[in-house]
Design a protein around this ligand. Structure first.
Ligand code: MG
Length: 389
């Protein structure tokens, strides 16, 4: 066992293993191997051209799902190390957590969920699992990346009861079971979930200001941001000058992130100390242990609500997202009505898929896998209309 790992951490030497057994790697642990499989997947490369908030071509400096995933992994690893958790597992889960996202962020997911309503809906966490379990075709003898249970457990961070039952029927006692039993995942998985929120709140502030959709002064309404802006200004009075506003913003975000990270480390350490789980199975039966303090949770929620209202629902973002939803809906309708409109070998593969529900699922998989740019090109090819160009 790795001596730096806490007793309550996941130990690669005691993994619940993979669906298809593999021989041990001479140099890498099972979780390092999972991370490597994720980084080499085609779904991972496509994250570069998928939107978080801004459509991919709106600006070269905005976050994409790829840079978001790297920032999540960075925060996750650094907290994992200080808590004695398994860094390799945290990195693997963080890098994979958004693999199932559709093009155009949440707007794309909502549209695809609508389209799939009669056939079981569409949910991006379940889709991330589907990508690593089934949709990557890289190994001669099986579909999917054949990842360990612990990485798959972390990737499936939310799941409806109906989907959990569906998973449980296929994999008894597997990654769906905890949603039926009301259990928690490993601390590594809990951590990835929390750092996802820390990362996007921070970088959406940065991108929001950079885009001009929110102004630094508006952020003074948010307690977490306000207290750091004022401390930075008092430490560096010259940053109050208009031409230094970017440095002021960066230093503010840096301090805000640090405060959130230290808060999670302290709060989690105390919670783990009180609960005293002796191993990861004990963790699964306890309430969530990786969390913010009550005060920091309130501050973070306030920031998220500000972003929801002032950035994600900004009229300019909303207009783009309306067009994005139209792209997804029209692609789904066109492919569904005439599979011959699907490019290349897709048409044959989808016709071979059997039932109508399976064919619709295959179309949803295809659309979900698209980058923003590819979806726009396909839409233009099929309708002659150029949206969001
Ligand atoms: Mg994310």
């Amino acid at each position: 066992m790795n001596p730096e790992l806490a007793a309550y951490a996941c130990d690669a030497g005691r993994t619940r293993g993979r669906r298809y057994p593999v021989s041990p790697d001479p140099t890498r642990s099972d979780y390092q191997r999972d991370r490597d499989r994720i980084v080499h997947s085609s779904a991972f490369r496509r994250l570069e051209y998928k939107t978080q908030v801004f459509v991919n071509h709106e600006g070269d400096l905005f976050r994409t799902r790829l840079t978001h995933s790297l920032e999540v992994a960075q925060l996750g690893r650094s907290i994992a190390r200080s808590l004695g958790l398994n860094e390799d597992l945290v990195e693997a889960i963080c890098l994979a957590h958004d693999l199932g996202h559709t093009p155009f962020g949440h707007a794309g997911q909502e549209a695809l969920n609508d389209c799939m309503r009669e056939w079981g809906g569409f949910e991006h966490n379940l889709q991330s699992l589907r990508v690593v379990d089934a949709l990557e075709h890289r190994y001669p003898a099986h579909d999917g990346l054949n990842l360990t249970f612990e990485t798959r457990e972390g990737i499936l961070k939310h799941c409806s009861r109906r989907n959990a039952q569906w998973l449980e029927a296929r994999e008894p006692g597997g990654v769906g079971a905890r949603f039926l039993l009301g259990h928690q995942p490993s601390l590594e998985a809990q951590l990835c979930n929390l750092v996802d929120a820390i990362a996007y709140s921070a970088h959406d502030v940065d991108d929001g200001v950079r885009s001009g959709l929110i102004r630094l002064e508006q952020l003074e309404d948010v307690a977490l941001v306000r207290r750091h802006i004022s401390r930075v200004k008092s430490d560096y009075p010259m940053l109050a000058a208009a031409h230094e506003s970017r440095r002021l913003l960066y230093e503010t975000i840096r301090r805000m992130l640090s405060e959130q990270v230290y808060d999670v480390v302290d709060t989690t350490r105390a919670a783990v100390g009180r609960a005293g789980p002796e191993d990861v199975d004990a963790v699964r039966g306890l309430p969530p242990l990786v969390c913010f303090s009550v005060a920091m949770q309130a501050d973070t929620t306030q920031l998220q609500q500000f972003l929801l209202h002032d950035l994600y629902r900004h009229p300019r973002v909303a207009r783009t997202m309306d067009a994005a939803q139209r792209v997804v809906r029209e692609l789904f309708a066109i492919y569904g009505a005439d599979h011959g409109q699907l490019p290349g070998s897709r048409a044959a593969r989808i016709r071979a898929a059997g039932s109508l529900a399976q064919r619709m699922r295959a179309i949803a998989d295809f659309i979900a896998g698209m980058t923003d740019r590819f979806a726009l090109h396909e839409h233009e090819r099929l309708t002659g209309q150029r949206l969001l160009a």
